[in-house]
Ligand binder design. Structure first.
Ligand SMILES: [Cu+2]
Length: 265
């Protein structure tokens, strides 16, 4: 009896921990992140409900079929019941997987809009850098020969290419609110991972590859970008911020950065 009570208490306690949402995700900042959250909630409610029912029955069985000194009775398995829960389980899991594939495709298979703001994001041991095109809309040529972290050139922008003259390089990723953004993720050394919790996005940056990552953020604020792939001894320090700004603030910031560039040249 005590064991049954313990099983019931434990199962209610575990479900309760989820239900009170005390330790939960930070607020989402776009439509796909909100879709992700509703799908997570649906999965949690379904699996939590099944978990609770299963453990209530388990506790009941502990009480009902405890050893009372009687002879053990054989239970005839029912094919119908077995078929029933196998089919129900399959429908449930396949259904959830299909529903979640739509959200996944929304993040990874969306064709970015033609006029998306293009930002190149580079991961290296152990920092993130971002590069913007400047007014010409073009990123300048790069080469490993010109990489110079001390000089603020982590991308290795070639000075001989005029298209690179107005490229803005920063250590944070700044984007205007409600604007389609297309990040191109690159890595200079090992695999890193660009992770923004509020976007519910996690994408590897792989050396030798240029990985597109489109998104729109609809809530201004400063959000942490954490490297989410163990990439070496300094992995824990590899963080940056995603700053979502109003269009006016963004334009203002871009103007300031271009002014600074002009003064340096
Ligand atoms: Cu990393």
């Amino acid at each position: 009896m005590l064991l049954a009570i313990l099983v019931w208490l434990l199962s209610f306690g575990i479900v309760g921990l989820f239900a009170i949402k005390r330790w939960w995700f930070p607020d989402p900042i776009n439509a796909l992140a909100r879709d992700f959250d509703s799908h997570f909630a649906l999965t949690a409610i379904l699996t939590g409900g099944i978990f609770l029912i299963a453990h209530l029955i388990l506790g009941y069985c502990i009480v009902r079929f405890r050893d009372r000194g009687e002879q053990v009775k054989q239970f005839d398995p029912s094919t119908k019941m077995e078929l029933g829960w196998t089919i129900a389980g399959t429908v449930l899991f396949v259904g959830l997987a299909v529903a979640s594939a739509r959200i996944w495709a929304g993040v990874h298979m969306t064709v970015p809009s033609q006029n998306a703001l293009r930002i190149e994001v580079l991961g290296k041991q152990f920092a993130w850098s971002a590069r913007y095109t400047g007014p010409d809309g073009k990123l300048g040529r790069t080469s490993v020969k010109f990489i110079n972290d001390a000089n603020g050139n982590p991308f290795g922008i070639d000075d001989a290419d005029p298209a690179g003259k107005d490229d803005i390089v920063t250590s944070t990723v700044r984007v205007p609110v409600n604007t389609p953004v297309l990040l191109t993720l690159r890595s200079r050394d090992v695999i890193h991972n660009f992770f923004v919790r509020e976007l519910r996005i996690k994408q590897d940056a792989v050396p030798g590859m240029e990985i597109p990552l489109p998104f729109i953020a609809d809530k201004p604020g400063t959000y942490e970008v954490a490297c989410s792939e163990l990439c070496g001894l300094g992995h824990h320090q590899m963080r940056s911020t995603l700053v979502v700004m109003t269009q006016e603030d963004y334009d203002q910031w871009q103007k300031q950065m271009l002014e600074q560039l002009r003064q340096q040249q």
